[in-house]
Structures are given as structure tokens and as C-alpha cells.
Design a protein around this ligand. Structure first.
Ligand code: TRH
Length: 391
């Protein structure tokens, strides 16, 4: 009989929590032959990245994964052999009680957020006994260095990346209804939070020496909710009413073209990162996928209280730029700081041309960086190995 795994995912906001859990659930199912049940409290968010998911269904099967709406009472639910609570979400009390009465309690793992900070290696795999019940939970940290759990990377991802040639790329753009590149054109994907200083960058792109085409996936139909980023774009292109924009809109100024594209199914988003020359990513999951895609990328970090995210941002920049030439490292730091609202003069426009000048060398560095990450083993396999040693 297949070993049973339960993954619990509580969506705090956006798509990263469910994005990570959905990838992990599929990889465990397809590559490790496990019976995986994914409990999600917000199916609508799942359906944004996995359009075949039915947000109204309490229980459904998708790509071999059993998906359950985490909402109902847990009385009578039998705990799995391995239980993952993602990002320190709290398991239902009834489920914990059911785990505690089993003669062999499940392997219980808290899968933590990703961070490049030094303390992570000291906390990875640490046990934490339950204060009242005979249960032991372990912390498991994804990461970028030996002594962490590594990053999510399916077995097919790197071969698919290497096989994504000009023909596959053209087919991808055709599916999106985006014309082939003009000569010398730089393609950029844009995924960021509302507080990004986008106006300055649009101005820099419009006077670029090469044509720039920006692809912006729209998470929600305009009009459903406020999209400050779209307001910035509408303002920049001469005060267009943002509500008059929709998927398919093409806006142009000088060397810059912005195209609004649909929010993509997760696997298609991976392809967008490969089909573009430079990627603006955010949060956790798109940030990781950009690293596997090997192209230069700019990270918009999820803002935290008391600027805790700055420590996290610096820790990653230090690791990622180690081994770069001082010029290139400075170019990365300047643009990333500016994009995250963390520079002295508040202007990031002038950091763009310096960063773009390093495009080829950054792509080469991205290849080495991804190779280094790949040697850590992938997060799903590392989780499986960790749990097998405890069953
Ligand atoms: O959406 P995010 O900002 O998500 C998160 C959450 O905010 C979470 O609470 C926070 O803790 C975490 O960030 C750090 O960014 P992220 O992590 O990149 O997740 C986006 C997901 O959406 C990712 O799985 C890729 C997917 N996606 C698509 O499937 N299609 C698309 O078109 C785009 C742009 C993204």
C-alpha cells in the first residue's frame, strides 16, 4: 500500500503558500509514488494557478492529488503516515488529537518559509516536542546551502528547461497571442507587489537603447478589485483609465511596449520565465522558479513588519552575488535595493541600464548558481528521505 501524506496549507494571502504546496503535492505523488492529500482553506487561490480545480468542491482529485477543502470538522479523519504543516499553519485540534492516540504517530513536519539567513542551518531538522501530547514535530527549512532542505525542483524541470528551444518558445508566444520578438528586443516578465516603484522603471525602459517588451500577467480581471500597479501603468501611458484596460491590452511609449497577459496556469508561468530574458519575481515560489530558469532576475521581497525582510533580502544578495565581479554584484544590489524601496535617493531608473549591461554575464552566473542549488538535492526528495528515516 502507498504511504499516505497529508499537506496542510493555509493561504495567508496571494498565491505563494498554495503555489508551493501544490507543486510539492504533485511532485510527491508523481515522483515518489505517495498517496497525497492536500488540505487547502482557500480553493479559489488554488484555482487561479490550477484552473482545473473546482473552488466549490469539498473533495476532488487533480493530477493524482486528493484535494480537500480545509474547512469542515476533522472528526473521523484518519491521520496520514507523514503530515506536513506548511509555513507553520496550525493543524486542526481534532487532527492532532487523532495523531496522538495512534500507536505509531505520524512523522510531523513543519515546512518553513525560505530564507538565506545563516541561522537556518542551525534550525533545520530540529525536533520540537508537543507541550502536552506524545508527539514530536520537526522543523524543515528549504534553503540555498548545504545543511538546508534545498528547493523544490521536479525531475522534469531542468530537462524541460534545456529542451525549451526557439520552436517551443515561438509556440508559447503564439498561445499567448504575443508576436515574435523584434530584432534586438529585450523581453521582461513582471510580477511584483503594489509598492514597487514601477513608474521610474517604465520611464527608464521607454528611453532604453533597445526595444523592451514587458509581459504582465493580470491576477484578477480589472474592476474586480483595485490593482495599484495597473494604475501606475495607466498613468504612465498618458492617463488611460485603468478600468478600460484588460488582458490583451498593448501600451506603447518610446522603446517600451507593455502587454497585459492572462494570469497563467503554473506550468505555463514556468515557461514564461524561460521565454523572457529578464524576470521580475516576488514572494517565494516565483523567486525560486526564476533561479531555475537561469535568466537574470529581480526579486521583490514580501514586505514584513519592522523591515525584517531587509535582513532576508541582504542575506540572499550576499549569497547570490558571491563569486560575481564587484561591478556586477554592485549592479544587482543597486537595482534590487531600489526595486524594494531601499535606496537613498528613491530613484531606480539609473540603476537599470547598469544592470541590463550585465545581462549576458548574469545569465552565465545564473547557470552556475542553479548548478550549485541542484547539488543540494530537491526539497521533495529531501523531505521523503527525512521522513523515511523516522517511520
Ligand atoms: O503570490 P506571492 O506573493 O505569494 C506569497 C504569499 O504572499 C505568501 O503569503 C508569502 O508568504 C510568500 O509570497 C512569501 O508570490 P509567489 O510566492 O511567487 O507565488 C506566486 C505563485 O503564483 C507561484 O506559484 C507562481 C504562480 N503564478 C502562476 O501560476 N501564474 C502566473 O501568471 C503568475 C504571475 C504566478
Amino acid at each position: 500500500m502507498k504511504q499516505r501524506w497529508d499537506i496542510f496549507c493555509s493561504v495567508i494571502d496571494n498565491f505563494g503558500d498554495v503555489g508551493v504546496c501544490w507543486r510539492l503535492a504533485r511532485q510527491l505523488t508523481h515522483e515518489h509514488e505517495l498517496a497525497v492529500r492536500l488540505w487547502v482553506d482557500d480553493l479559489a487561490s488554488l484555482a487561479r494557478i490550477a484552473p482545473d480545480a473546482d473552488p466549490a468542491s469539498a473533495q476532488q482529485w487533480l493530477q493524482g492529488v486528493e484535494i480537500c477543502h480545509w474547512r469542515q470538522s476533522f472528526a473521523g479523519v484518519e491521520p496520514a503516515d507523514v503530515v506536513i504543516e506548511a509555513f507553520a499553519c496550525e493543524l486542526p485540534e481534532a487532527y492532532i488529537a487523532a495523531m496522538a492516540v495512534l500507536s505509531q504517530p505520524p512523522v510531523w513536519i513543519n515546512l518553513e518559509y525560505l530564507s538565506a539567513e545563516n541561522w537556518v542551518t542551525g534550525c533545520h531538522r530540529l525536533p520540537s516536542p508537543h507541550p502536552r501530547l506524545p508527539l514530536l514535530k520537526h522543523f524543515f527549512f528549504p534553503g540555498f546551502v548545504p545543511g538546508t532542505g534545498g528547493l523544490l525542483c521536479e525531475q522534469w524541470l531542468l530537462p524541460a528547461r534545456n529542451a525549451f528551444d526557439d520552436v517551443a518558445q515561438l509556440a508559447f508566444w503564439q498561445r499567448l497571442d504575443v508576436p515574435a520578438r523584434r530584432a534586438g528586443e529585450l523581453r521582461i516578465s513582471l510580477f511584483c507587489y503594489d509598492n514597487a516603484p514601477l513608474g521610474d522603471l517604465l520611464a527608464a525602459w521607454a528611453i532604453s537603447t533597445v526595444p523592451i517588451c514587458v509581459l504582465l500577467p493580470l491576477p484578477f480581471p480589472l474592476g474586480l478589485r483595485q490593482e495599484p500597479i495597473i494604475d501606475v501603468i495607466a498613468d504612465f501611458f498618458g492617463g488611460i483609465k485603468s478600468l478600460s484596460l484588460s488582458v490583451g491590452a498593448v501600451l506603447q511609449s518610446g522603446q517600451l511596449t507593455v502587454r497585459l497577459i492572462p494570469f497563467l496556469e503554473q506550468a505555463e508561468y514556468d515557461k514564461l520565465l524561460l521565454a523572457c530574458d529578464i524576470n521580475f519575481v516576488r514572494g517565494e515560489d516565483s523567486f525560486v522558479r526564476a533561479q531555475w530558469a537561469v535568466r537574470p532576475f529581480i526579486w521583490h521581497i514580501y514586505p514584513q513588519a519592522d523591515n525584517a525582510h531587509r535582513v532576508k533580502l541582504n542575506a540572499f544578495i550576499d549569497l547570490y552575488t558571491a563569486g560575481m565581479s564587484p561591478d556586477m554584484a554592485a549592479a544587482v544590489r543597486a537595482l534590487w535595493y531600489g526595486w524594494n524601496g531601499w535606496n537613498d535617493d528613491g530613484q531606480i531608473g539609473n540603476t537599470w541600464p547598469v544592470f541590463a549591461a550585465h545581462q549576458a554575464a548574469l545569465t552565465q552566473h545564473g547557470g552556475k548558481w542553479a548548478g550549485q542549488l541542484n547539488r543540494l538535492g530537491d526539497l521533495a526528495s529531501n523531505l521523503v528521505q527525512f521522513s523515511q528515516n523516522r517511520i
